[in-house]
Ligand binder design. Sequence first.
Ligand SMILES: Cc1cc2nc3c(=O)[nH]c(=O)nc-3n(C[C@H](O)[C@H](O)[C@H](O)COP(=O)(O)OP(=O)(O)OC[C@H]3O[C@@H](n4cnc5c(N)ncnc54)[C@H](O)[C@@H]3O)c2cc1C
Length: 287
Amino acid sequence: MKPTPFAYAKPASLDAVFDLLAAHGEGARLLAGGQSLIPTLNLRLSSPSLLIDINGLKQLSGIALDGGTIRIGALTRHAEIERSPEIARHLPLIAEAVTHIGHAAIRNRGTLGGSLAFADPAAELPACAVALGATLVVASRASQRRVGATDFFKGLYATDLRPGEVLTAAEFPLPPPGYRSRFAELARRHGDYAMVGLAAHGRVSGENLSDLRLVFFGVGTRPMAAAAAARVLESQPVTSAGLAGAAAALARDLDPPDDLNGSGTTKLHLAGVLLGRVVAALIAKDS
Ligand SMILES: Cc1cc2nc3c(=O)[nH]c(=O)nc-3n(C[C@H](O)[C@H](O)[C@H](O)COP(=O)(O)OP(=O)(O)OC[C@H]3O[C@@H](n4cnc5c(N)ncnc54)[C@H](O)[C@@H]3O)c2cc1C
């Protein structure tokens, strides 16, 4: 199928983007990598009257280490994140997760900002942003505001972005000493969206875990933090009995809907499988 007709603009400044958003309102849509937007246009799931191509705004792109934070511009491509030595060194969770996004051609065009703004509940990067306590930077003509990743994701493909706003960057705090991250996902084929995935981040001391964030994806309408399971794991050194208790506690955290990948019951079981793998990797002696 082909998209319905639309106008196209490629502004040279963020101010020009704000002008176009103000003038065209709901009919305008930002175009970043196009890896999610263009398929929805081709399937006629969306019919904007104007595409505002933000690929000319180089100031929205790049990775910068700034004090205790790594700032990743919204227009930074997945492939750039994948190749970044700073990301590999300081944010290994992101470095690992990004390799699971589609295939090389998709990662060459797709952007961090597009992934966060699209808010697919099975996407890797939104879950990592929540697990790592990222802050998302959102700009409008009038102001700039910062939103915690947990508050940014509101529901199925729904975010805290308001009309006229552009996501400009995500800021990730550098993990303090003693913190580790681990990532795992199950997909039918490498590169497919996850059936179930888990981004985990927390403090590790031997077999003791604290300040643990377990964020699942593909099991709800947005990235799902498993607080009850985390509390069980934090309450005692990790043992197989404790791990079984944490897996059982997932039923209090998650209520996965049935979807094309499997029933909710199957997904809850798979979430427990991933929890076991990720916790074992977190406390592994050589990690
Ligand atoms: C075959 C295929 C497989 C894929 N597999 C995966 C996968 O396994 N995991 C995964 O996470 N993704 C996957 N994707 C999607 C890919 O990651 C996209 O890059 C991402 O979802 C959207 O990024 P984009 O830059 O392409 O955004 P676009 O498609 O350009 O935009 C997506 C939406 O975000 C909005 N938007 C974009 N940038 C901004 C901004 N800065 N501020 C505000 N709104 C903005 C757009 O208006 C649009 O509504 C896949 C895509 C394809 C085609």
